[in-house]
Design a protein around this ligand. Structure first.
Ligand SMILES: *Cc1c(COP(=O)(O)O)cnc(C)c1O
Length: 486
């Protein structure tokens, strides 16, 4: 399987080659030359598989340059009940992403798929845990090392650190805005004592952190010398790992392949739902893919109107579902590429226009950049948005009616999912975090604390290890140089 850039001007590459990288050299995102198709017979056989073996079957189709025996070892090391141990009472941890039926009325079934039972209590563990093992495997093969450098406002950084802790050949340097994360998120990251994890608290806001990451990425000499890499949401292996739970969700919610399901996905950078799109392109019988946003509604606007208009920082709101507070959806280019029938010249032109004019318009109206919006429905996509008050109401309602506490991001999903329920088609809402991570809003909604999984009771009291630094690129570079010994 070869990988091509959405912008059409980079050489084809193998899975292993793009594993450790980010963007293609032409600024595009990698996609497989064609999507592998899954037959009905395969789907039948997959119904009986464990999560680790299902992940193996799907990875085999994409990572064709890694021997199957090695992939098997990697998926079996990653998807264990021990790693995904934070299942709620009544959930079977061995299922990895267990389903819970919330409602089944007049043939309308609302189901929650738990993706947040991993070490950091958010769905990013689903892919990042595999990535940690894949990276360690590749680096050992090449006798090489990697220094992951990134910025986080919460979920991504902790998922990366928990995936890479103790891994041979890998160090993580993670910037976060000093005193701006929740106490729980801060404790999760800063309590790690592994010598290969470096937390750097920047005296500034998240944008300052991200600017510093960009400055280092643009310094090609520094990047090469210190073997700097990233693990952001455009990483192709992360997308592939996410494809697996769409298959798992479908297979667990159905008994035969002539049945369909829909998925609702709390979305920010379009990474999670992009994997759903790929699962559907592979032949998984998905009816609708419902994009749920919060007040930051860039994606909802596109799926309602065909206009993609990225937001300025001043138009990006800090909400109570903060992991969806994005102004520009970094994986969206992958879908647009398919929507435009893989016309890479047009993809390149449109995403240049995003840089120069802040967006593009595929509505088909006079003066627009195309009329492909009319084809969006063929891909199953619909959308909706949610507000803070909706989240509060939905958390209360879910607690009262189903006896389950959902987090704020999942609440955005449940709110929007209700708008698209169809009799006979189960609606699976992806649960992207456990409520303990966003306790402040749970208190506001329910007047009490969210339950914490075992082992997290006193996390804020653990000793913390971090470095405070001014938003100064030179200082950060010197810190990296000193700690890599390169
Ligand atoms: C990252 C994240 C999202 C958004 O996922 P995307 O892949 O960026 O669309 C939603 N919910 C939670 C809890 C997250 O951490």
């Amino acid at each position: 399987m070869q990988y091509l850039s959405t912008r059409g001007q980079s050489a084809p590459q193998s899975f292993s080659h793009i594993l450790l990288g980010g963007l293609a050299p032409d600024g595009g995102l990698y996609l497989p030359a064609e999507y592998p198709r899954v037959s009905g017979a395969e789907l039948d056989a997959w119904r009986k598989l464990s999560y680790a073996d299902l992940a193996l079957e799907i990875l085999k189709k994409f990572a064709t340059d890694i021997p199957s025996v090695d992939l098997k070892q990697l998926t079996h090391k990653t998807y264990t009940a021990e790693v995904y141990r934070n299942a709620r009472a009544g959930e079977d941890a061995a299922q990895i992403t267990p389903l819970r039926v919330l409602e089944n009325k007049d043939g309308r079934k609302l189901v929650l798929q738990a993706l947040s039972n991993g070490p950091t209590l958010a769905f990013k563990d689903m892919a990042m845990q595999l990535l940690g093992n894949l990276f360690e495997y590749e680096l050992a093969k090449e006798h090489s090392e990697l220094n992951i450098f990134g910025a986080t406002s919460g979920d991504t950084g902790s998922a990366a650190e928990y995936a890479m802790r103790g891994k041979k050949g890998i160090r993580v340097f993670m910037l976060s805005p000093h005193r701006k994360m929740s106490a729980f998120q801060t404790a999760q990251m800063f309590s790690l004592q592994d010598p290969n994890i470096f937390n750097i608290a920047i005296q500034g806001v998240f944008d300052d952190c991200q600017d510093m990451v960009k400055a280092v990425s643009n310094d090609l000499e520094f990047k090469a010398r210190y073997k700097i890499g990233t693990v952001n949401s455009i990483n192709w292996a992360r997308v592939v790992a996410q494809v697996v739970y769409y298959f798992r969700g479908y297979l667990s919610a159905t008994t035969a392949n002539d049945q369909k399901v829909s998925f609702t996905v709390p979305s920010g950078n379009f990474g999670n739902i992009c994997a759903g799109h790929i699962a559907r392109m592979m032949g998984l019988p998905i009816d609708k893919l419902v994009v749920a946003t919060n007040e930051n509604d860039v994606l909802d606007e596109f799926f309602r109107t065909g206009v993609y208009r990225v937001r300025k920082s001043s138009e990006t709101y800090h909400t109570t579902s903060p992991s969806m507070d994005i102004s520009k959806a970094s994986n969206f280019e992958r879908f647009v590429h398919d929507l435009l029938d893989r016309d890479t010249d047009r993809v390149r032109a449109l995403f240049r226009k995003v840089e120069t004019d802040g967006g593009f318009d595929l509505s088909g109206k006079p003066g627009s950049d195309g009329d492909e919006f009319r084809k969006v429905a063929q891909y199953g996509f619909v959308s909706g948005k949610s507000t803070h008050q909706d989240r509060i109401n939905t958390i209360r309602d879910a607690h009262a009616r189903y006896g389950v506490t959902i987090d704020t991001h999942t609440a955005d999903g449940v709110k929007v999912a209700r708008e698209y329920m169809t009799p006979g088609v189960p609606m699976i809402v992806l649960e992207t975090a456990l409520p303990a991570k966003f306790n402040e809003t749970i208190r506001e909604a329910l007047g009490r604390d969210a339950e914490r999984p075992a082992g997290f009771e006193n996390i804020e009291a653990l000793p913390q290890r971090f470095e405070v630094m001014a938003p100064d690129v030179q200082q950060v570079k010197a810190f990296i140089a000193r700690h890599t010994g390169l």
